[in-house]
Structures are given as C-alpha cells and as structure tokens.
Design a binder for this molecule. Structure first.
Ligand code: TRP
Length: 376
C-alpha cells in the first residue's frame, strides 16, 4: 500500500512537521505555532513520519524521482518518495527548481485538483497525492536560494483555492492545512521579503483567508493560521498594514476575541494556540492607535481568572500577559495573582520597553491617562 492511513490527527500533524526542521530562522520561531501544531500531538515527530522507516537512498535515486515527477505515469510514486525524504536532502529544493519540468509538474498536480473542489469530489487518495506535491512546494518556499524566485513566480497564489474552500471533509482539511503549511514555512524563515510579498495588493487576501480559518478551522489549522498572522504582525510593515484602517484592525481584533472566547482550556495544543493569540495582542499593543482601540475590546477572560492555570503552567504566557496589560494599561486578576508583588521585571519584548509604565504595582490600578500621556 503506497498511501499510509491518514485517519488520525497525528498523521495530519506529522505532515506539517517538516516545517519544524529545516531552514534558517529557527530558534524561538521554530517552536512557534507551526512546529507546535506539527509536533505536539506526536512524540518524536519525524519530518514525514510514516508507519515504516524511510530507506536511505542515493542522490542519483532522488534525481531519478525528480525526472519521474515529470511523467504522469510515474509521478504519483515519485512524489511520495521525494516528499518522504525531503529532509534528508537539504538541496532537494534546488534540484527541483533547476530541473526541466518538475516545478511545472507540481503546479499541474495542484491545478488538476481544482476541478475536484466544486462539487466536492476530492478523495482521501487524491488529497494525499496533492499534499505530497505541496510538501515539495514547501521545500521551495523554505530554501534560501529558491524562495526569491518562488515568490517572483507567485507560486503561493496557486494555494488560494485550497485555503478559501469551506468544505470540511477530512481530505479538504488536510489540503488546507498543508497549504497553510507552505505559507507558514515562508513566514517562518524571517526573510524580510516575505511579509512585503504577502502585503502586496494581489496577495493580501491571504490575511482574510487566515482570519477565516482562525474562526472556523480545526485547532491545527487555527494554530498555523494564527502563527502566520503573528509573523506578519511582528514585521513593522505588517503591523502598520494591519492597523492602517480601523476596519482591518477590528476584523483581526474580532477574530482574536472570538478565539479567546472559545479557546478550549485543556491540552498542550490549546496552550500553543493561546500563546500565539496572546502574542498577536501584545504586538497590537505596541502600536499606538491599536493600543487605544484594544482597551475597548480587551477580552473579559483576560481580565478575570480564566487563564490563571495556563499562565501558571507556562511562565512565558504569564510574562506575555503581563506585558500586554502593562502596554494597554488594563488590569488582570490572573496577572495580579501570578505576580502578587508586581515584581515581574523580565522584559520579553524589547520593542515594548518604551511603552512599559514605570512602577511595580501598576497593573492593579493604573490610571488610563498615564498611558495616554506616554503614548503621545
Ligand atoms: N483587501 C482587504 C483590505 O485590504 C483585505 C483584508 C480584509 C484585511 N480583512 C483584513 C487586511 C484584515 C488586513 C487585516 O482591507
């Protein structure tokens, strides 16, 4: 049987785990949503974990499979074999990009799937097949030397139909998650060209698409989608873009608010989701106008004790929450309980420093005026 079974969440997660391993821009970001989404539900997640171990092969064999991708008769097997081994050959992306026809063949796989979407006739088998192609597309997004031409060729646009479909069958969810993984891999690199690319008018629909998935996707998809939004916000141009109009800000803030309202309070994955949502709030709190607007839509669950046990369990969550409350001058029962002496001095976000109010017990009772003065 060529296709492994995929009726478990861990299989979906493992499909995304390749976002975790390679490429630059690792560090803290690596442990971000994508890696989290991918790895947490499966211990020792391997990049393309399968039920059977992957046999090592020679570079010549890899090159033969790249040739095989171009022939529709041998393509399916070649896609599977290459996607299983994509982590073992760091330059696989270069070989694919500079081959004769493999990139076109990958895009053909993608575009041939569109017709299966309306009406929805996408089978598990088809979905798996195109996801193997997308895993290779993701290699092109991750590799330092193929990313630029990858963006110039606007390959991410081929994924929009998958991201925007609202079918909720498993094959579709898998496809949506894998497509999000490609965008996640792009932003994860911290390449300064990526966010400006995503903000260009013809590409900017990616943000509302992520917001839609954050509202209605599965937890894994939500986690990757909010990771993408968080990475866009962490860029200066990205933050300015999101705050450029009141409509944009409220759209994002409403979705974040709903996520907090509906966040499940158990499980490690929901903590990951929580952390990324929280970091979006913190980032907004570093923008003067957004900070002011945030006060009006500050989630009630941030102000009471709802998340106390999560903040206790993961101190970094507590620190982010503290930073957020400081920046916007709101109080939180959970933060007060966590730092009873107001003694949390660790500054997580250097860019936040200017906005931090002086004083040690400020988050219990801060006159809003003080914040306003500071931010003007
Ligand atoms: N074209 C829309 C705009 O530029 C895209 C959009 C919708 C958007 N909702 C958003 C962009 C929220 C950023 C944030 O406004």
């Amino acid at each position: 049987m060529i296709y492994r079974s995929w009726d478990s969440d861990s299989d979906m997660a493992s499909r995304l785990a390749n976002l975790q391993g390679t490429g630059p821009g690792g560090g803290a970001v690596l442990s971000g949503a994508v890696a989290a989404a991918a790895s947490q539900s499966i211990p020792n997640a391997l990049p393309s974990s399968t039920s059977s171990p992957v046999q090592p092969v020679s570079p010549e064999q890899i090159q033969q499979w790249i040739v095989d991708v171009c022939d529709p008769r041998t393509r399916e097997r070649a896609l599977l074999e290459l996607s299983k081994r994509r982590e073992q050959f760091p330059d696989l992306a270069l070989w694919i990009w500079h081959s004769f026809g493999a990139v076109a063949a990958l895009l053909q796989e993608v575009t041939e799937t569109y017709i299966l979407m309306e009406p929805n006739t996408l089978s598990a088998h088809q979905s798996n097949r195109v996801c193997n192609a997308l895993a290779l597309v993701q290699c092109l997004a991750s590799h330092n030397e193929t990313r630029k031409p990858f963006l110039e060729a606007r390959i991410p646009m081929f994924l929009y139909p998958f991201l925007s479909s609202s079918h909720n069958t498993r094959p579709f969810e898998y496809l949506r998650l894998t497509s999000l993984g490609v965008i996640g891999a792009l932003v994860k690199t911290d390449d300064p060209e990526v966010v400006p690319y995503l903000l260009q008018a013809e590409n900017s629909e990616i943000i509302p698409l992520c917001l839609k998935i954050m509202e209605s996707g599965t937890d894994l998809s939500k986690t990757v989608a909010v990771f993408i939004v968080q990475k866009i916000l962490s860029d200066e141009k990205g933050l300015a873009y999101m705050c450029a109009t009141y409509d944009r800000f409220t759209h994002v803030a409403n979705v974040l608010g709903k996520m907090i309202e509906n966040l499940p309070l158990d499980g490690r994955n929901s903590n990951r989701l929580f952390k990324h949502v929280l970091r979006c709030y913190v980032r907004f709190s570093e923008h003067q106008r957004a900070r002011e607007a945030l006060r009006n839509v500050f989630p009630a669950k941030f102000q009471d004790n709802t998340f106390l046990s999560q903040l206790k369990e993961d101190r970094s969550l507590g620190q982010w929450m503290l930073t957020l409350c400081r920046n916007i001058g709101m109080s939180s029962a959970a933060v007060s309980a966590l730092f009873p002496n107001g003694d949390a001095t660790t500054v997580i976000s250097p860019t936040t420093q200017n906005n931090v109010l002086p004083g040690s017990t400020f988050f219990r009772d801060i006159p809003t005026r003080q914040v306003d003065n500071q931010s003007r």
